[in-house]
Design a protein. Sequence first.
Length: 352
Amino acid sequence: MPTTQKLHSLIQGDKLFVKLMLIGIAVIASIWILEEYFNVILSYDRYGYFITIVVAAFCLVLAHFLKQVNTAKVLLFFYMSLYLISLTILSFISSANSGDIYTFASTLQWLPMLYLVAFLFLSVKQAVFCTIGIYALLVGLLILPYLGFIHVESTALKALSLNIILSHAVYIFCMFGVIKLKQNQKEFQLKAIQMEQAANNDGLLGIGNRRLLQAELNSRVAKHSPFSLLLIDIDFFKAINDIHGHLVGDDTLREITQCMNDNLRPHDVLGRWGGEEFLIIANGAVFDSALTLAERLRYAVENHAFSTVGKVTVSIGVAQFRPNTPLSQTFAEADKALYRAKNAGRNQVVAA
């Protein structure tokens, strides 16, 4: 994935975490108020809700203000795991003794949040290990009555235990499925990016090809962006191939490409138009600046010491795009200017 896409993905993930923190604090506070109102809250839940809100608020500060997002994610996950697993054990023992399964059932409905948080905020490998570990603990707890370690009279609690074991297995299976789909989607996106890059780039020189240049030109014309065209031809390139061979010719093309790249301005676009011809889309409305750029490129190539062939020169035709005129006309003007440069002895810049 390109660096800009990675950065965008990280920023979006950080924003999601902060939003989830805010929502989580609001939800926990609402549950606390409701259970107090209906008088179904247990004493340890009062402490638990308060501590959970404090931890979530601390993680929010870490992520949003101190920019320690990864630390906040790990801290939140391990706190939630410790809290919910402890609460599950306490509520199960309480339900086994009293026969009231409300607290146990209400705890279990929140336990799958651990699986979700693990896959959202941890690496896939860490999430898999944590999820399997949590599920194994849960299964171990719920089968204790069947092994005779805990006496449970309530058939509803026994039935609920089996239901939970099965339903949580389905949750985890679905979570693995979602992660697999997400991984496949990323792979498809990466392949699409690679195919797009391959379609738009010259395999030999690593610069844009005719397809990319045409797309860039169409975009600039649609946006009415001012630009000029520099059509560049390597002088006597056929002789280089005939005398030194095509491998040396390829090396010469690479050196010329690097030489021109080193002398471009930030917003200029260089591409291979075909064969030994290059096209530069020179940004800006001032035609003189395009001529100055062309002369700088011509001079740089002329004075570059090529590794095998010695001296190489280029001829350049320059034309400025004018609004309300066809793009093909600008190309024709640049091509005619290049033709005049070659007929005038090569190694020179000619303006349309």
